[in-house]
Design a protein around this ligand. Structure first.
Ligand code: XMP
Length: 319
């Protein structure tokens, strides 16, 4: 009968068989999927694998440090940490259309990844943490016609362009199975339970024009919000939670002064696979405590909204 330990053994055997003595590169996003894929492949072929982590300047607070330290220090997996934030943020300047943002990020990601992959020298394979639902979702959205609602950012098109073959050891798995496999491989529980984070990162949580100032505010506010969720023991009950910074300033009052600062939207949903989702029913106490903390602790925010839209009709991200 089927066990995760059996899957692990079978998967490593298949990877060795597919790859032989060739080199493999793997793009890390900091998410669970690409991390599990990388650790599994490293188990199979050791230092024939090199990971490339592209920091596009759209990560959350502390995220780059966490990913780099886990892979380099904890797992000792060869890792190229490419800090390309200036390049991405400059390219995104002035863009406010959601699909234009995704396309710019996707295109630049390919360029940057390709440049750094050359450092590896002679890689024949590209590893991706593609899951079974990704395979389906790219074909059609369930219950609807076959239309693309959002062009999900992945490294599509890259393998052909670089003449690389794909290694996708998670292609048959669902998210919860990937988490089990991660546990089986000894990834820390805190990492395995991390909420999903989209490839385009904070760009799609900053509707309207992206500025460095807004990103800095958003990073701080999101960290306070997630800290609140953890302190209240709610993190594992929620499928995904994040703050978004809205493209507007509103008037407020603080002490005896008038403020004119950004408004934030908080989002939290429960879901099984991200295809449909319900907004999370926080208590009023939680919401008011969180709004107060954010406004007190984060400069530049004077108003907080809670998004109570489910999916459908809303999507999980704001863009
Ligand atoms: P939506 O907003 O489409 O999100 O309801 C469903 C899930 O997908 C993630 N998401 C993305 N992931 N690139 C990604 O890698 C994207 O462009 C993208 N857009 C949404 C989202 O975070 C949620 O988990």
């Amino acid at each position: 009968d089927w066990t995760m330990a059996g899957y692990r053994e079978e998967a490593t055997r298949k990877i060795r068989e597919q790859v032989g003595n060739s080199k493999v590169i793997c793009g890390l996003s900091g998410g669970v999927d690409s991390s599990v894929a990388a650790v599994l492949i490293h188990e199979a072929i050791g230092d024939q694998l090199t990971c490339v982590f592209v920091d596009h300047g759209l990560l959350r607070k502390g995220e780059a440090e966490q990913v780099v330290s886990m892979f380099r220090d904890h797992y000792n997996i060869p890792l190229i940490h490419a800090d390309e934030s200036e390049r991405f943020l400059t390219a995104l300047e002035g863009l406010d259309d959601p699909e234009a943002k995704r396309k710019t990020i996707g295109r630049l990601f390919i360029d940057v990844f390709q440049e750094h992959a050359r450092e590896v020298g002679g890689a024949e394979f590209l590893a991706q943490g593609t899951l079974y639902p990704d395979v389906i979702e790219s074909v059609s959205f369930s219950g609807g016609p076959s239309v693309t609602i959002k062009s999900h950012h992945n490294v599509g098109g890259l393998p052909e362009k670089m003449g690389l073959k794909l290694v996708e050891p998670l292609r048959e798995l669902f998210k919860d199975e990937v988490r089990d496999l991660g546990r089986e491989l000894g990834l820390p529980e805190s990492f395995i339970r991390r909420h999903p984070f989209p490839g385009p990162g904070l760009a799609i949580r900053c509707p309207g024009a992206i500025t460095r100032e807004k990103l800095a505010i958003l990073r701080e506010a999101d960290a306070v919000y997630i800290d609140q969720i953890r302190r209240h023991g709610l993190y594992d009950e929620i499928w995904q939670a994040f703050a978004a910074i809205l493209p507007m300033r509103t008037v407020g009052v603080m002490g005896d002064g008038r403020t004119y600062d950004y408004a934030l939207a908080l989002r939290a949903v429960t879901s099984v696979d991200g295809m449909t989702a319900d907004y999370y029913p926080f208590t009023h106490e939680f919401l008011s405590e969180t709004a107060t903390r954010i406004i007190n602790e984060v400069r530049g925010v004077n108003r907080v909204f809670y998004d109570c839209t489910s999916k459908p009709p809303g999507t999980i991200e704001l863009e």
